[in-house]
Design a binder for this molecule. Structure first.
Ligand code: SF4
Length: 453
C-alpha cells in the first residue's frame, strides 16, 4: 500500500518487555484512538513499537521486527518508543525507524504521528520532545502524565486489569540498565489510582494487577504500597488484588503483618532472587544474602496459607564459578518456587558489570557454560513446578475464568478444564466469573480440572 499521500488512519502496536510496558502500550492505544485513529492488526498505515532493552535478546527481536516491516512494506513508517529508543536511538533510526520517542514522552505519541503526516520520510530523534502550547490542539489532547494513566483499553475482554502505579528505580543493581532509562523512583497519586480502579470495576474487571518498575519503592505522601492495596480492597466489585513483581526489600516483618490482614490480596508473589550465591549477590549489588531472602519467604509461607512464589534468576553473570552456580542450584531447590524465569546474563550499556568486563576486572562466562547452566536451572524449575502442582490434586479450587476452559487461581495456578463445560451451562456464565472446580491432575505447566456437574 502506498501511504505517501494520505493521512495516517490506522496503526498497529507491537509491545515488548515487562508489564509496565504493556500497560503503557494500552495507554498509547487510548491516546491514538482519541486522536481518531483506528488500531488494526494487519496492513496498517503506521507501526508503533514499544521497545525493551532489558536483554540483548529483546533488542535483537526488535531489530528483526523492524527489518521484517521494512522488507514487506518499505513505505510504512515506524515510530519506536520506550527503553531501547531511549538507550540507542541512533541504532533504531539507522535500522529504518522514522521517529524515536523515549520513556518520558510516550504521551506525545499523537504529536509524533502529526509530524509523520507532514513528512512521511522524516527521521527524528524526539527523546527530549515536549509538547508546546500551540501543539495542544484540543482539550482532549491536553493530557498530563497523571491523567493519561486514567485511560485503559476498554476493548480488553479480560477479567484482569494491569495498572501502573510506580516508575523508576535507584537500586543500581550492577547488571541492570533500568535506572539509567527510567530514572529515579516516582509514585502515582493514590487518588488517581483509586479512580482508575473504580473505573475498571464499573467495566466488570474483577482482578487488579499492580505493576511498577520497583513497587517496593511506592511512596506517595504518607501512603505506601500496602495502603494502595488496602484502599483497593475496599472497592466491593474487586475480588482480587495482585502484586505483579516485587523486590525482597519490601518484605519487612511489619509489612508482612499488615499485608496478611488483606483477604483480597492474592497469595502469590514474584520476588526476584537473581542468584542463590552470596558472593554473586554482592557482585550484583543486591542488598541481601540468600539467608535473608529465605527467612522472608519462610515467614511469608507461615503467614499466608497456600502461598506460591516465583522468581527471576540470572545465569552466567561475570565470574560466576561452578561453586557459585551450584549454590544457586541447591538454594533455589530449597525455596520450592512454583516458577523461575531463567535469564542468561547479557551485557547492558551504562552498567557497572559492563564497565568491569571492559576494564578487565571481571571475566565473561563462556557461552557454552552459560547454556548448560540455563538448561540445568530450567530442569530444576520444571521439577519444582511439578512438585508444587501435585500438591493440589483432589482439592477444590476457586478459579477466575478468562475463557470457557481456562482460568487462574488466586495463587497463580493455571487451571484448564479437562472436559467441555456441562450441557446447559453457557460460556457467558463462566467467563469472567469465579467458579469452584475439582482438580484431577497436574500437567507440566497447569492443573487439569473438572467443572462441577
Ligand atoms: S531493583 Fe535492580 S534489577 Fe530491579 S529495576 Fe532496580 S536496578 Fe534493575
Amino acid at each position: 500500500m502506498n501511504t505517501a499521500s494520505k493521512k495516517i488512519q490506522t496503526v498497529k502496536f507491537h509491545s515488548f518487555g515487562c508489564k509496565v510496558n504493556s500497560y503503557e502500550t494500552s495507554v498509547m492505544m487510548n491516546l491514538v484512538q482519541n486522536h481518531r485513529l483506528n488500531i488494526v492488526s494487519t496492513d496498517p498505515d503506521l507501526h508503533i513499537i514499544n521497545t525493551c532493552s532489558i536483554t540483548a535478546n529483546s533488542e535483537r527481536k526488535i531489530r528483526q521486527l523492524i527489518n521484517k516491516i521494512k522488507r514487506n512494506n518499505p513505505n510504512t513508517p515506524i515510530i519506536a518508543v520506550g527503553c531501547y529508543s531511549q538507550s540507542q536511538p541512533q541504532i533504531l533510526l539507522s535500522e529504518g525507524v522514522n521517529i524515536v520517542l523515549g520513556n518520558k514522552n510516550k504521551n506525545s505519541i499523537n504529536h509524533a504521528i502529526d509530524k509523520l503526516n507532514i513528512n512521511r520520510n522524516c527521521r527524528l530523534n524526539l527523546l527530549d520532545y515536549k509538547v508546546t502550547e500551540e501543539e495542544k490542539v484540543t482539550e482532549e489532547e491536553k493530557v498530563t502524565e497523571e491523567e493519561s494513566d486514567l485511560y485503559f483499553n476498554k476493548s480488553l475482554k479480560r477479567t484482569r486489569a494491569e495498572i501502573k502505579i510506580q516508575d523508576g528505580c535507584d537500586n543500581f543493581c550492577s547488571y541492570c540498565i533500568v535506572p539509567y532509562l527510567r530514572g529515579a523512583p516516582k509514585s502515582r497519586n493514590i487518588d488517581s489510582i483509586i479512580r482508575e480502579v473504580r473505573n475498571l470495576a464499573e467495566n466488570k474487571f474483577q482482578e487488579i494487577v499492580l505493576t511498577g518498575i520497583n513497587l517496593a519503592k511506592y511512596k506517595y505522601r504518607n501512603s505506601d504500597l500496602i495502603d494502595v492495596v488496602q484502599k483497593i480492597s475496599e472497592i466491593s466489585e474487586i475480588q482480587r488484588i495482585r502484586i505483579s513483581s516485587i523486590e525482597p526489600e519490601f518484605f519487612q516483618i511489619n509489612n508482612i503483618m499488615r499485608l496478611c490482614q488483606i483477604e483480597k490480596l492474592c497469595r502469590h508473589f514474584h520476588i526476584s532472587l537473581q542468584s542463590g550465591s552470596n558472593t554473586l549477590l554482592q557482585r550484583m549489588n543486591r542488598k541481601y544474602t540468600f539467608e535473608n531472602y529465605y527467612e522472608k519467604i519462610d515467614f511469608l509461607r507461615k503467614k499466608f496459607k497456600d502461598l506460591e512464589l516465583s522468581t527471576d534468576i540470572i545465569v552466567g553473570f561475570p565470574n560466576e564459578s561452578d561453586i557459585e552456580f551450584n549454590e544457586t542450584l541447591t538454594n533455589v531447590e530449597k525455596c520450592e518456587f512454583l516458577h523461575m524465569h531463567v535469564f542468561p546474563y547479557s551485557e547492558r550499556l551504562f552498567t557497572k558489570a559492563q564497565s568491569n568486563i571492559q576494564n578487565g576486572v571481571w571475566n565473561k562466562v563462556d557461552n557454552s557454560v552459560k547454556k548448560t547452566r540455563v538448561k540445568q536451572l530450567i530442569q530444576m524449575s520444571n521439577k519444582l513446578k511439578k512438585q508444587r502442582l501435585m500438591r493440589y490434586i483432589n482439592s477444590e479450587l476457586e478459579v477466575l475464568f478468562e475463557s470457557s476452559n481456562f482460568g487462574l487461581t488466586q495463587n497463580y495456578l493455571k487451571v484448564k478444564l479437562e472436559k467441555k463445560i456441562p450441557a446447559g451451562i453457557k460460556k457467558e456464565q463462566i467467563i469472567g466469573k469465579m467458579s469452584k472446580v475439582k482438580i484431577i491432575d497436574a500437567k507440566e505447566d497447569y492443573l487439569s480440572a473438572l467443572y462441577p456437574e
